[in-house]
Design a protein around this ligand. Structure first.
Ligand SMILES: [Zn+2]
Ligand SMILES: [Zn+2]
Ligand SMILES: [Zn+2]
Ligand SMILES: [Zn+2]
Ligand SMILES: [Zn+2]
Ligand SMILES: [Zn+2]
Ligand SMILES: [Zn+2]
Length: 1725
């Protein structure tokens, strides 16, 4: 069956390929009824091309469609071969100067904060780089796809609308010109014809709903094949769909994933192909299986020819989009065709049809036609406007459709407005940064289409749930309503963007339509006025938290709109007056509704009386939502600001303002807050606390809290009466003058003041400040313009972020009662400011700041301060304080009174200072407070009371403030004297002040002394607790710990300094050092113990990991771990085993007990709750009990191991040649013995007797293990761990590979540390942190001792094989050639396995002699290795013609090599070059060897190599017992070396290399670095946006992620790129770590601007990216959008973490600190 189909398809292909596009086009040109001809053609061919089987074959379909279907259309359109026609069109085209580039998902977009009209105006990267905005303050973001570049749109930019590229086209006035004039007339006609037919065909077929018929087409295909088509919805999850499909259509999981991915991406996918019944059956299974959710998956059985025509319909739309790209004229024609009204009148144009059918189309179809709209209608200046009108007319319908549609808004036509409107943001929808200008022409739509009213009415229509008074009600609303509510919010965004560009001129029409919209808006606000009222709960706690978020969400969303409404009103006096009146009327309507029945009452005080309404907030309903009152307050301020109130008082209903009505509700709201703070509303639960919080919160307060204060300010100044004794309120009412219109300030003053008060709390980062300040519609806070004046910027260090610090001179502007402080902020700020003053040795008073004067409309407010009532209140409270007899006074009450007095004094002082001749100062607070109270009370004057209080012992904290008041009082008095010249008697105030000041000084000194003593005591305690302290302060942790260790351990550093003696690390000449006694302390039991061979083992916590940090070949295939032989390390170092340690020491048994406890705890925990930990106990992982560093084993501490076996003196030691001979004999003997042993177990055989054993060699000798049981056990433990981790196998202590892995880990770890030191230009010794020093020493000594617990014969066997690689014997064939051996690994293995042979050698040769000869031998092999692979370019460097001894010698050696290789080696005649090359190449090896022998033998390093200095090479040679002229080694041992070199060079691999047939590593190997990152982050974004998923054929990747180790871009966190790894599905990143980093990975998630660390499948964390904005902050998630640049230091820090193998450790710390990281499925990234 399948084969039949295949052949059938092939047959069809042939007949189709014979079609001639030209012939068909000719036929069409002659046709009378073109539509009929074309339709017939399509009816016949489309089903033959599309949908020929179960799976789409896009390539075949595209090819055939182009040939048979589109080809004729192109011929017809061009009237000639389109291969010539289209280029001609393109040439003749005068392109528009609009860029119009449509953004891909993830592409970077730029907006200029200085020049963009609003934040939706964006540029593509290319245009941006060529624009002037590059030098401006710009914002960068990533596009969610769709949307286009605004370059060239003069209405989008205040300045610089063109980039360099698009400026070229603006010479002519292209806008006026009709693009059709550039087209030949006949072509215009043909274009009309073909566009009309194809566009209509596409629209008809896409909107077609019948199942067995086609629109205007014959069903030619008779074979009844069907598709079972599955559609996307946003209800079902991926997993549900995959599971259902497996069941319904019997497919594999992989296929199901494929289906689901396509459905999600394209919106539909056929899942079955066949006859109707076959498809219908699948449909019913799917429906049945998914109907348990709210609704089943949408499935439809469709006739294959309908699907075919739909596929082609989409293809046609794409084609149209590309054809109009050739010519603006064609674009214009398509627009005309699209908008032309059809026969059915209104809404019958093709564009309308598509729009109105939008919510019924699947995603893929929507995307295609949206794209077409964007490249046609929105790119044509004339049709943009016409389209906008269509869009606005259909607005209501489109929005309603959208409400019902379950697709995300990004896939809806309604989103075309979002694309215009939305501020780019990653938070909600994908950000769309499109900005077609048609709605920027919103004013046109307001007037012509009444868009504003339409939007608001649509909004109201969709929010129908109301209470009896007609207010919105969100209580008990259903999930469906909640869903609708979320959708309906997008309308507010539309409204916002309609208002975004403000009119510069008002026509009567605009006024009328705006006010009409304003009316609608007031209706909306009316529904909010008083919504969600609450009643104080008494007795019982509320049972259910009421729904409050919805109302606040609405409020928050509307905040900007309310502000913008006010901004519009402010622009036109007539509008303002009308709006004010309307607002007042609506408020009165609201008011009459819910104060009914409340009787006015009269309150009297101090002879004043006022009528008010009795309303007990604590018993009756209160609402926080009062938008109408607040809008009126806003408009009232505008009246003052625009001076309309003074110019046209007669037009305003000012006299109608009734204070109680105006202020009643705001006041109730403030009283509510006061009561909540007082704890009266506790039983109302959290929702209320939340509401109060948001009321003050920066997001809402501009249109809530602030406006309530304004409302009171309005009214209080008219009444000049006090209503409530709320001192705080009075402070605010009199003091808050920083809004333009209320006080004589401008907007920058207001922002400055906000910033000053924020920074008074503590220094803050830019982003924190931005969050604390309200933003306008352009997302600007205005902060940048003033911040420099009030704050200093402090750059960030390696961690943390840049901070702004308040300038000291701004501290005087601090107001303790700043109205935007929350209670917590207020007390923090108070504390911070007092502390600052103490540090500066100032008094700690925080007096009120001097304030700007009020605007005239509010000027009389200040008189509250000197009103009788106020003075009476002040007096009373002070009296209470003086009497101090348990009256109801509180300190904060007093503090507020003092603050008010201070304010009054400041006010008076300012009045006096600004006094002009003719004015009289009416503010006479000082006089009033000097007067004593009148009879009958006869109370003392306020001044007198203050003087009394100054010395009151119980008011210590207020002393400084009172003193400040008295001082200011005196200053004012002096001012008055000088101005009025009327002498006033000197009060004693001054004198008092002086004497008290002295007293005070003494007191302060005494206190300071006490404080100092206390500090010292604390410091002493501190140092004791320092280790604990470190644990709690992870940030300081590493550094401090290292310092601490240096000072505390002190064990190794005081190795005896031997002056003037030549220090030698190895060999017979080795410097003898008495090893100091090593006493260490166990961190667990705190007991001390000496490290000795026979004592209990002490161990270091350690972490072993596989590593590719040094790898020179990341593509190497990992060998099968079970069979892999690790004996020889390849010089590409592709995978090594690294051991690290935090340096903390424990008893082995203490550790064992600790680990058992951890294990038991973990088991219990896993049983109870499935919580993961940051460490994997089953894998032997634990956290160091002291520093919580991740560890997976322990290393035993040992004394220098060689001392034990060095038995003899050094006289008469053999030279290298002799030694090798003897050794070869020994090796031979051993190998023979081993063979014997294998062959027969019958003891000595004849061969054995034949064998002449070398003198003194006793192969039967068994050495007694010198170590204690406990140490032996730990040797095995660590050895097995190294083997298990290094090879990724199950532990097996018997495996002969165990010792190899131990030597390898020692060598590899030394190599990594040598690289780190070299990269940082640090000397070899003297700069290692203690933890590394300890680790290397124990690791080396452990590796040297490990053979004692291994099988002797196995180790001997390893040694024999290792040696054979350099000294060949007939037994060991097939060993790697010297090009394929890492010589340092070889050296370490040889030296550390040698004792296994040497221990049976009683000939008198010392172990040291063996070490030295082995070292020399390997060194020489390395020299040959370097010379063979040397890539020296003779002409590369300036040559000095010195012809030194070294140069001559190395040249001789090289010539000998040439001989040996049969002259295959490159001819080099410069000894100078060779010698330099050799020195550079061998340096890393020598440095590693120095470290190795230093730790092995404990000989201190000479002081010269502890610092960076000259002659490092010579000093190293001397320490390593090497001649400075390395080639001397060859001369000294010429006899044997010539043979060896010849044998090395004769290896076939060496030959192949020399013939250029293979590659080899050359020396010195360069250190690996992380990849180079670009300075500008947008380069990366651009790179990522060009990256498409490698598996799903050109699709954009959702989470492009860059490997920082090798630079590969990956498609992370997505089903498409999941692979199977060790039987589990893992994401692209995890899979990549296994090949690139042997399980460890460092990535940059480009869209998120976040570094990702991964280790294994379960460990991971996010890390701050190395990119900072100008404020020294990172932008994780790219939410702020400031330009980001590479911070080299931070990148280096990440690189260092990697080179030091600390990534896993870093993850461990991060996961310990943040438990939520543990739960993330890292392997899916
Ligand atoms: Zn552009
Ligand atoms: Zn441009
Ligand atoms: Zn600019
Ligand atoms: Zn212990
Ligand atoms: Zn530790
Ligand atoms: Zn990589
Ligand atoms: Zn992918």
């Amino acid at each position: 069956m399948a084969a039949d189909l295949e052949s059938e398809v092939q047959a069809i292909d042939k007949s189709l390929l014979e079609c001639s596009a030209e012939e068909i086009a000719v036929k069409w040109l002659q046709a009378n009824d073109l539509q009929k001809e074309v339709y017939q053609h399509l009816a016949y061919y489309v089903p033959k091309i599309y949908c020929r089987g179960p799976n789409p074959a896009p390539q075949r379909e595209d090819m055939l469609a182009q040939h048979v279907l589109l080809g004729p259309m192109e011929w017809y359109l061009c009237g000639e071969d389109p291969a010539f026609g289209f280029p001609k069109l393109e040439q003749a085209n005068k392109p528009s100067h609009l860029c119009g580039r449509v953004f891909k998902v993830g592409e970077p977009t730029y907006s200029c904060r200085d020049c963009a009209v609003d934040p939706t105006c964006v540029l593509c990267m290319e245009c941006f780089l060529g624009s002037i905005h590059r030098e401006h303050r710009y914002r960068m973001t990533t596009s969610g796809g769709g949307g286009f570049c605004d370059c060239g749109d003069t209405e989008a930019w205040k300045e610089g609308p063109y980039c360099q590229k698009h400026e070229l086209n603006t010479s002519e006035t292209a806008e006026e010109e009709d693009p059709l004039v550039h087209l030949p007339e006949d072509m215009v006609a043909r274009a009309y014809n073909i566009f009309a037919i194809t566009f209509k065909y596409a629209v008809d077929i896409l909107t077609w709903e019948k199942e067995n018929e086609l629109p205007g087409l014959e069903m030619i295909e008779k074979s009844d094949t069907y598709y079972c088509m599955l559609f996307n919805d946003e209800v079902h999850t991926y997993e549900q769909v995959i599971y259902t499909l497996q069941k319904a259509v019997n497919c594999t999981q992989k296929e199901a994933i494929g289906f689901a991915t396509t459905v999600d991406r394209d919106g539909r996918r056929s899942v079955r192909y066949g006859d109707f019944q076959y498809c219908d059956q699948a449909k019913s299974v799917i429906v049945r299986n998914t109907s348990r959710q709210t609704k089943p998956l949408k499935v439809q059985v469709m006739h294959s020819s309908i699907v075919a025509h739909q596929s082609f319909g989409l293809k046609l739309l794409t084609w149209l989009g590309s054809v109009i790209g050739y010519s603006d004229g064609l674009r214009r024609i398509l627009c005309q065709v699209g908008l032309q009204e059809g026969p059915d009148g209104e809404n019958s144009s093709l564009v309308d049809k598509l729009m109105l059918y939008d919510s019924k189309l699947w995603k893929g179809a929507r995307n295609v036609y949206h794209q077409l709209f964007m490249s046609s209608l929105l790119m044509d200046l004339k049709y943009k406007k016409l389209f906008a009108i269509r869009f606005a007319r259909n607005y209501e319908r489109l929005q309603s459709d959208f409400m019902k549609d379950d697709h995300d808004r990004e896939f809806s036509i309604a989103d075309l407005s979002i694309q215009i409107f939305t501020v780019p943001s990653l938070m909600g929808w994908y950000n769309m940064c499109i900005n077609p200008y048609f709605l920027k022409k919103a004013r046109m739509l307001i007037t012509e289409e009444n868009l504003m009213t339409t939007i608001i009415k649509t909004f109201m229509d969709h929010l129908r749930h109301r209470d009896i008074q007609g207010r919105f009600q969100f209580e008990r609303y259903t999930a469906l309503q909640a869903f609708k509510f979320r959708r309906v919010q997008s309308l507010i965004l539309d409204l916002k963007y309609v208002l975004i560009s403000k009119p510069t001129e008002w026509s009567d029409d605009l006024r009328r339509k705006f006010l009409e919209g304003f009316d609608a808006f007031l209706e909306l606000l009316k529904c909010m006025q008083g919504m969600d009222p609450i009643t104080r709960q008494v007795g019982q706690h509320i049972e259910m938290e009421p729904e409050w978020e919805a109302a606040f969400t609405l409020q928050m969303k509307l905040t900007l709109v309310i502000s913008m409404m006010q901004d519009w009103c402010a622009l036109d006096e007539k509008v303002l007056i009308e709006a004010y009146k309307k607002c007042l009327t609506v408020l009165m309507q609201c008011h009459s509704g819910f104060t009914d029945g409340e009787q006015p009452i009269v309150l009297s005080m101090c002879g004043h009386s006022v009528e008010t309404i009795r309303y007990c907030v604590s018993q009756e309903k209160v609402s926080i939502h009062l938008p109408v009152s607040r809008l009126l307050a806003g408009l009232h301020v505008l009246l003052s600001k625009t001076e309309v109130a003074y110019k046209f008082p007669e037009l305003l209903p000012l006299s109608e303002l009734s204070p109680p009505m105006l202020i009643e509700h705001p006041l109730r709201c403030l009283v509510l807050c006061a009561q909540v703070h007082a704890g009266m509303w506790r039983r109302n639960g959290f929702s209320l606390v939340n509401q109060i919080y948001y009321y003050h919160n920066v997001k809402c307060r501009r249109e809530m809290f602030d406006k309530d204060i304004v409302m009171l300010q309005d009214v209080v100044q008219q009444n000049n009466t006090l209503i409530e004794e709320m001192l705080y309120l009075i402070i605010m009412i009199v003091g808050e003058r920083f809004s333009p219109g209320i006080g004589q300030v401008n907007t920058t003053d207001e922002i400055k003041r906000e910033i000053i008060h924020q920074l008074s709390i503590r220094p803050m980062a830019h982003s924190e400040l931005v969050k604390a300040l309200p933003e306008d519609e352009n997302r600007e806070t205005g902060m940048e313009s003033v911040i420099e004046e009030v704050a200093c910027f402090k750059k960030p260090g390696l961690t943390g972020r840049g901070l702004y610090e308040l300038k000291p001179e701004c501290a005087k502007n601090f107001n303790l009662y700043f109205y935007h402080f929350s209670r917590a902020e207020q007390s923090k700020a108070e504390e911070a400011q007092r502390k600052l003053k103490r540090q500066n040795r100032e008094d700690t008073a925080l007096p009120p700041p001097a304030l700007p004067p009020f605007c005239p409309l509010f000027a009389s407010l200040v008189n509250i301060l000197q009103s009788d009532v106020m003075l009476c209140i002040m007096g009373t409270i002070l009296q209470w304080a003086v009497e101090h007899n348990g009256y109801a006074w509180s300190e904060s009450m007093l503090q507020r009174v003092l603050h008010l007095i201070g304010m009054a004094l400041q006010e008076e002082k300012q009045h006096l200072e600004n006094l002009s001749e003719e004015n009289v100062v009416t503010f006479t607070f000082t006089q009033k407070i000097s007067k004593p109270g009148e009879a009958p009370s006869n109370s003392p004057s306020i001044l007198a009371m203050l003087e009394t209080l100054q010395n009151a012992p119980h008011l210590e904290v207020h002393k400084d403030m009172i003193r400040w008041i008295l001082k200011t009082f005196n200053t004012i008095k002096k001012l008055r004297e000088s101005s009025s010249s009327s002498p006033v008697a000197e009060t004693e105030g001054n004198i008092m002040e002086e004497s008290s000041r002295d007293k005070d000084k003494a007191e302060r000194k005494r206190k300071a002394e006490i404080a100092r003593l206390r500090r010292e005591k604390i410091m002493a305690q501190m140092s004791e607790m320092q280790r604990h302290f470190i644990n709690e302060n992870k940030e300081l942790f590493q550094q401090t710990l290292e310092e601490l260790d240096t000072s505390a351990s002190g064990v190794h550093e005081n190795s005896p300094v031997i002056l003037d003696a030549k220090l030698t690390a190895l060999g017979p000449e080795q410097t003898r050092v008495a090893e100091p006694r090593q006493v260490v302390m166990c961190i667990l039991c705190q007991e001390e113990q000496e490290v000795k061979v026979d004592s209990r083992a002490m161990v270091l916590a350690a972490f072993i990991q596989r590593s590719t940090v040094l790898s020179k070949n990341r593509n190497k295939i990992t060998p099968d771990p079970e069979k892999y032989d690790p004996l020889f390390m390849h010089p590409d170092l592709s995978c090594g085993t690294h051991t690290g340690s935090c340096g903390h020491i424990m008893h082995a048994h203490c550790w064992q007990r600790y680990f058992d406890a951890v294990q038991a705890k973990e088991q219990r925990r896993q049983q109870r709750l499935r919580v993961h930990t940051s460490y994997d106990v089953e894998n032997g992982e634990f956290l160091c009990p002291l520093c919580e560093c991740l560890s997976n084993t322990v290393i035993p501490l040992l004394p220098p191991p060689r001392v034990l076996f060095n038995r003899l003196d050094f006289s008469g030691q053999p030279n290298l040649t002799q030694w090798i001979k003897t050794l070869s004999q020994q090796v031979q003997a051993i190998q023979l013995l081993r063979n014997e042993h294998c062959a027969s177990h019958s003891g000595h055989s004849e061969k054995m007797d034949q064998l002449q054993l070398p003198e003194g060699f006793r192969p039967d000798f068994k050495l007694k293990n010198p170590y204690s049981e406990s140490i032996k056990e730990m040797l095995t433990t660590f050895g097995t761990a190294t083997y298990k981790v290094g090879l990724k196998v199950h532990p097996n202590e018997e495996d002969p590979r165990v010792p190899i892995m131990c030597w390898g880990s020692c060598a590899y770890t030394i190599q990594t540390i040598e690289r780190i030191l070299a990269d940082e230009d640090k000397p070899l010794f003297g700069h290692l942190p203690c933890r590394q020093d300890d680790c290397l020493m124990s690791l080396t000594r452990f590796a040297a001792a490990h053979w004692t617990v291994s099988s002797l014969s196995a180790v001997q066997g390893h040694f024999c094989t290792l040696l054979a690689s350099l000294v060949p014997n007939e037994k060991n064939g097939n060993l790697p050639c010297i090009l394929d051996i890492d010589m340092f690994h070889l050296l370490v293995s040889l030296v550390l396995s040698f004792p296994a042979i040497h221990c049976q050698d009683f000939s008198g040769v010392s172990l040291g002699t063996g070490d030295l000869h082995l070292f020399h031998l390997v060194t020489m092999a390395h020299i040959i290795q370097i010379l063979l692979t040397s890539s020296t370019e003779e002409n590369g460097m300036d040559q000095e013609n010195t012809n030194s001894e070294e140069e001559v010698a190395v040249l001789t050696l090289y010539k000998f090599l040439c001989q040996c290789t049969g002259s295959a080696l490159k001819e080099i005649s410069s000894g100078w070059h060779l010698w330099r090359n050799l020195k550079a190449g061998i340096m890393p090896f020598l440095r590693c060897s120095a470290l190795f022998f230093h730790y092995l033998n404990g000989v201190p390093a000479p002081s010269e190599i502890q610092v960076n200095g000259a002659n490092q090479f010579e000093h190293l040679c001397s320490y390593l017992s090497l001649p400075n002229n390395l080639t001397c080694l060859f001369q000294e041992n010429g006899e044997i070396l010539n043979t060896l070199i010849e044998s090395w060079c004769s290896n076939s691999e060496v030959k192949r290399y020399l013939e250029g047939k293979r590659h080899a590593i050359s020396y010195a190997r360069e250190s690996n670095k992380l990849i180079d990152l670009p300075d500008d982050y947008s380069c990366l974004i651009n790179q990522a946006s060009n990256f498409s998923c490698p598996k799903s054929g050109g699709d954009k990747s959702r989470a492009p992620t860059l490997c920082l180790v090798c630079g590969t871009m990956l498609c992370s966190q997505s089903y498409c790129c999941q692979t199977e790894l060790e039987g589990e599905d893992v994401g692209a990143c995890t899979a990549h770590t296994y090949t690139c980093g042997s399980g460890v990975g460092i990535f940059l998630r480009v869209r998120e601007c976040q570094v990702l660390f991964l280790a294994g499948k379960t460990k991971g964390c996010f890390y701050p990216p190395p990119y900072l904005d100008d404020y020294g902050e990172t932008d994780q998630g790219l939410r702020r959008g400031n330009p980001l640049h590479l911070c080299k230091e931070r990148f280096k820090k990440i690189q260092k973490l990697w080179q030091q193998h600390s990534i896993t450790e870093e993850i461990g710390h991060a996961q310990e600190a943040n438990q939520t990281l543990v739960g993330i499925d890292w392997q899916h990234l």
